[in-house]
Design a protein. Structure first.
Length: 266
């Protein structure tokens, strides 16, 4: 779809990390000569009616007005705050390997604003365009074991896996870190690891179709878990789907309700 330059805002993580660079003159010339078709699709997520947040492609977005290009093609992804953060920090790291682009930098900036300027976390979340619940999750990760923080900063473990491990004591976090950072493990696998239910291999006697179905359900559960910010299990039997969401604390529960668009009248 086409989105207009003036309806897009840049994701706050980029500005907080100092990742914005001046418009590239070569890109400006390219857009001026060939128009919007010269730019790869931007990646945006919807924020409100006809308003978008830019997650990827800011070089073309910055260059477009200087090349008199009013609108660019974009790929729309409906991502929650956590998924958007991971996408942005991954792209920053790939484009600039010297820049860590850690999602925890946003939490560190919030803590600094509170300690040095008296800014509340709720006010800071509002300033950078992030939900208070998502910012609270990041800030809690700062109290994890140094080993877990180091893995998250160096992109060796995903935000979803780190959140699961954060429920443990620092000592227990260290015991499970090596297993949890494996790329082959899903967030659901790490959830099972935490409660002692994870087994590396499945029974060889299980039917192939059952294994495939379980794998599909695990992938679906991981995607839902990443979007809701809470552990999720999905069971499918006789045409009936059962979705179980585990919320460890009221703040997590509030965050899940917020992502689901549910407003409670108490």
């Amino acid at each position: 779809m086409q989105v207009f330059i003036e309806t897009i805002r840049l994701h706050p993580l980029r500005a907080s990390l100092g990742a914005i660079e001046p418009p590239d003159s070569a890109i400006i010339d390219l857009l001026r000569q060939y128009g919007p078709s010269a730019a790869p699709p931007l990646v945006v997520r919807p924020m409100a009616e006809d308003r978008w947040e830019l997650l990827s492609g800011e070089k073309y977005w910055l260059a477009a007005p200087l090349a008199q290009v009013e609108a660019l093609t974009a790929e729309v992804r409906k991502l929650d705050d956590d998924a958007a953060l991971e996408l942005v920090q991954t792209e920053i790291r790939l484009l600039n390997p010297r820049h860590t682009g850690s999602v925890l930098n946003t939490a560190r900036a919030a803590v600094e604003a509170k300690n040095n300027h008296g800014t509340t976390y709720r006010a800071y979340a509002r300033q950078i365009g992030m939900s208070y619940s998502a910012l609270s999750h990041l800030i809690r990760l700062l109290s994890c074991s140094p080993g877990l923080i180091a893995l998250l900063d160096s992109h060796q473990i995903s935000l979803g896996k780190a959140k699961v491990l954060a429920r443990l004591s620092k000592g227990d976090q260290l015991k499970l870190l090596n297993q949890a950072k494996q790329n082959s493990l899903t967030v659901r696998d790490v959830e099972k690891l935490v409660v002692g239910e994870y087994t590396p291999s499945r029974s060889e006697t299980a039917p192939a179709e059952s294994n495939a179905e379980a794998s599909d359900m695990s992938k679906i559960a991981e995607q839902i878990s990443n979007q809701l910010g809470a552990p999720v299990t999905v069971k499918w039997s006789d045409g009936i789907a059962q979705l179980n969401i585990t919320c460890h604390g009221l703040d997590v529960f509030d965050g899940v309700l917020e992502r689901l668009g549910v407003t409670l009248e108490l």
